[in-house]
Design a protein around this ligand. Structure first.
Ligand code: ADP
Ligand code: ADP
Length: 225
């Protein structure tokens, strides 16, 4: 579990500012969705939280501790990507276990974590398969499994459903929310899809041009668009 605080967070590429000093506090166990049109800075914000992108100004705190200078692996958070980022030559088990690459856990502990994640995600029967023998939804679950085995304090989702067809997208929305209810892990979910935001979020953060336009529950934003 974790809180995430962004204080006056800034990102510049050269002379162009793409995130203009945003403030946001994500509460412990909350599911926050960042929504807005393509190019408004959602992914950059998420990547800064993950430590995959250097910040140009301001501060990021996880559980109250400033993480500005911490490596991604030391932030205790895990990212789930859009394009699955899974390896075709590796089995499901190895793909999930890759989340523990560089961890100091013993082999048997790793195996146990992989099996636990697979069970939670309904992948137990598929551990020896290669990704080519999986459906799109199963592949997406493998990507989530890789994040889960690290037992992170928070999940960061970068448009994880945008490559799926409409039916699968709806199903995975429900699955991800069910997982969230079960694990209670603080989550920040990025999407350009308003329906996704409205149906998944505890709280929605609407971004435009590198700024936060509005913050509210789905009901608040529905009643006050
Ligand atoms: P979103 O996730 O909302 O689609 P991004 O965070 O990906 O938006 O991008 C925000 C802005 O930053 C865009 O204008 C994009 O072109 C720009 N940008 C992203 N990455 C880079 C980069 N490596 N160099 C220069 N500009 C970038
Ligand atoms: P490796 O030497 O392959 O890196 P690790 O030290 O990473 O081994 O230990 C975890 C290994 O256990 C992974 O290779 C992973 O694929 C494997 N593993 C975990 N759970 C299972 C399982 N249920 N079935 C098969 N292999 C598993």
């Amino acid at each position: 579990m974790a809180t995430i605080d962004l204080n006056r967070l800034i990102k510049r590429y050269g002379h162009t500012t793409v995130v203009h000093g945003i403030d946001l506090s994500v509460r412990d166990g909350e599911f926050v969705v960042l929504v807005g049109p393509s190019g408004c800075g959602k992914s950059t914000t998420l990547r800064m939280i993950a430590g995959l992108e250097e910040i140009s100004g301001g501060e990021i705190r996880i559980d109250g501790r400033v993480v500005n200078d911490l490596q991604p692996k030391d932030r205790n958070i895990a990212m789930v990507f859009q394009n699955y980022a899974i390896y075709p030559h590796m089995t499901v088990a190895d793909n999930i276990a890759f989340g523990l690459y560089r961890s100091n856990l013993s082999k048997s502990e790793k195996r146990q974590r992989v099996e636990q994640a697979a069970e939670t995600l309904g992948l137990s029967q598929l551990l020896d398969r290669r990704p080519s023998a999986l459906s799109g939804g199963q592949r997406q679950r493998v990507a989530i499994g890789r994040a889960m085995v690290r037992d992170p304090a928070a999940f960061l989702f970068d448009e994880p459903l945008s490559n799926l067809d409409a039916q699968l997208r709806t199903q995975m929305r429900i699955e991800i929310k069910r997982l969230h209810h079960r694990l209670g892990t603080t989550s920040v979910f990025v999407t350009h899809d308003q329906v996704e935001a409205m149906t998944m979020a505890d709280r929605i953060v609407v971004m435009r041009d590198g700024r936060i336009l509005q913050v509210g529950t789905p009901l608040e934003l529905y009643e006050n668009p």
